[in-house]
Design a protein around this ligand. Structure first.
Ligand code: ADP
Ligand code: MG
Length: 554
């Protein structure tokens, strides 16, 4: 039209689109899940805004997603009667990359080789732009709820898009209609069987009903009823249904490692359905460290900013639904609601106790969880004093005895050597380097196990940790690592710490030469092969912690 406005995509969008179009990724089905999830989000946003402004719903209070196929024309339409988009919202939402997850996704893909990058597309949802995997041309027509304007966005995914006003009688009465002109290789996405299969597999549990119109003029047929999965009894829900729901709530395509589903009754009533992902979400190490648990009140989505998990469990995805809050709960109320505090506590305890169970009943799966999230969970060791003991029980370590496996502190303590009274650790940022440190020689000669702590967070918790089962934590770099009391293994040798006259003379000479740079030079029984090593003083901070403090400029 005459008033059409041509705009360029933000540079990152162009890159992303290029990747989509040229993607060798074979499972293109995911585009549909992304578009359905946007449609469902839009319906949930309207449901929420309508609590305060019921007039937004007008005479169409039933929210729905409709998929319409036209095999002959090679067209697929996904429509919703949700919140819709204004012109400005459209330009912002469909011309830039708004969500940080997509950004870090692209960084990862850029770093990965072609094949691997393609797998990443399959593992993580990349949103609206995935439509260009199957469509050569995409049109979006939208009318925001309550507005008397409608706008059309269109693009062939090659650097530019167009925005133009449309007549109201050509737009949905409310919400958004996305039309895909399918590419030749993707024509199957306008066929009923394909659509039914994908919706059943991927989107059967979005909280808005989905209907299919299989050809122009046909009656809509229900594909999914939009019932909230979490309200059903556990025994009636299949693993596949849980996985499907997990994927729509988490925006990831992996298999969850753990599913936590329960109804709390009594003083506070709520349902929780939470998942420990099987792969790391992209935003895991974002500085904000935000959780993503969604809060529902009586099945109405309220917010995902309620912080219903402690930071160190921010990788847990899922929902909490309670009937004990008013629907029009405000941000302020959410921030200091004692009810939500109690729910957070209840859900946290449940997640931790389920993880503890998993660690006993399914070691392989728990190891996977620990590999992915151990570094995050350990933040709790210094952030959550109340649950410190519980978190220590859960923690797993690489040690000089673990090989590729993981050791718990319980196992460590059960294998203490004669006269060994402490839990020894060595900390550093390079796992390989610390495992080969000369500091360990004296420990190896005595068969004493040492924890190898190579996560940046380790130095923070270990320096403040008093003990585990009565055994203090001690760094091998701290001077008086009381090795002398523990007998050597058969065949091992170690120089005695008792020093001859010659050694005394040597020590004096070295002290002289290094005056002002070291506090002391001592003969030691900790080395067997190496001649010297640097240690921290007995009382001061451990060496790794010292380095961190220096790096932080303190
Ligand atoms: P995300 O859903 O994670 O925000 P997407 O790329 O899927 O990322 O979508 C980008 C944005 O486009 C959404 O946040 C939303 O603002 C807007 N959007 C997309 N589809 C719709 C829709 N059907 N109705 C309203 N807004 C939409
Ligand atoms: Mg989306």
């Amino acid at each position: 039209t005459a008033t059409a406005e041509h705009r360029s995509f933000e540079a990152d969008v162009s890159r992303l689109l290029h990747m989509m179009v040229h993607s060798v990724y074979s499972d293109r089905d995911v585009f549909l899940r992304e578009l359905i999830s946007n449609a469902a989000d839009a319906c949930e946003k309207l449901r929420y805004e309508a609590i305060g402004k019921p007039e937004l719903l007008g005479d169409a209070p039933k929210l729905a997603i409709t998929i319409a196929a036209d095999t002959e024309a090679g067209k697929l339409v996904i429509a919703d009667n949700g919140i819709g988009m204004s012109r400005d919202e459209m330009i912002e939402a469909l011309g830039t990359i708004a969500r940080s997850g997509t950004r870090s996704f692209m960084e990862r893909v850029a770093a990965a080789e072609g094949k691997e990058g393609a797998q990443l597309i399959g593992q993580f949802g990349v949103g609206f732009y995935s439509a260009f995997m199957v469509a050569g041309e995409v049109e979006v027509v939208s009318r925001r709820a309550g507005s008397d304007e409608a706008w059309a966005w269109s693009s062939n995914g090659k650097g530019e898009f167009t925005v133009a006003p449309v007549a109201l009688d050509e737009a949905p009465a409310r919400g958004t209609r996305v039309t895909l002109h399918l590419m030749d290789h993707a024509k199957t996405y306008a066929e009923r069987w394909t659509l039914e299969r994908i919706v059943r597999e991927q989107s059967g549990h979005v909280p808005v009903p989905i209907a299919l119109i299989e050809k122009p003029g046909a009656e809509p047929a229900t594909l999914a009823d939009g019932a909230a999965l979490w309200t059903r009894p556990k025994s009636e829900i299949s693993k596949a249904e849980y996985v499907d729901f997990y994927r729509s709530v988490a925006g990831q395509y992996d298999e969850p490692a753990a599913i936590i589903h329960f109804h709390a009754e009594g003083r506070h009533e709520y349902s929780a359905l939470a998942f420990v992902p099987g792969a790391r979400p992209f935003d895991l190490f974002d500085a904000e460290r935000k959780g993503r648990i969604k809060l529902y009140v009586k099945r109405v989505f309220i917010t995902d900013e309620a912080e219903l998990m402690p930071r160190y469990l921010r990788f847990v995805r899922g929902i909490v639904d309670t009937a004990d809050l008013p629907l029009n709960v405000s941000r302020e109320m959410i921030q200091d609601s004692p009810l939500l505090g109690a729910i957070k506590k209840g859900v946290t305890n449940r997640v931790l106790s389920d993880l503890a169970k998993l660690s006993e009943q399914d070691v392989a799966t728990f190891s996977l969880v620990w590999e992915n999230f151990g570094a995050v969970i350990k933040e709790g060791l210094y952030e959550d004093f109340e649950r410190r003991a519980q978190l220590l029980d859960l923690s797993r370590f690489r040690t000089t005895a673990s090989g590729e496996g993981w050791r718990s502190l319980k196992e460590y303590v059960a294998a203490l050597k004669e006269n060994q009274t402490a839990i020894y650790y060595i900390a550093g940022d390079d796992a390989g380097r610390i495992a080969n440190s000369p500091q360990l020689e004296g420990f190896r000669a005595r068969g004493i196990e040492v924890l190898l702590l190579s996560d940046p967070v380790d130095s923070f918790w270990v320096s403040g940790m008093p003990e585990f089962e009565g055994k203090p934590f001690k760094s091998v770099t701290q001077g008086a690592a009381d090795l002398g009391l523990v007998p050597l293994l058969d065949g091992a040798t170690s120089p005695s710490a008792e020093t001859s006259q010659e050694v005394q003379t040597l020590l004096l000479a070295m002290k002289d030469a290094l005056a002002g740079q070291v506090a002391d030079v001592r003969a030691s029984d900790r080395l067997t092969d190496s001649a010297v090593c640097l240690v921290a003083s007995d009382k001061g901070p451990d060496r790794q912690f010292e380095r961190l403090l220096n790096a932080a400029g303190r």
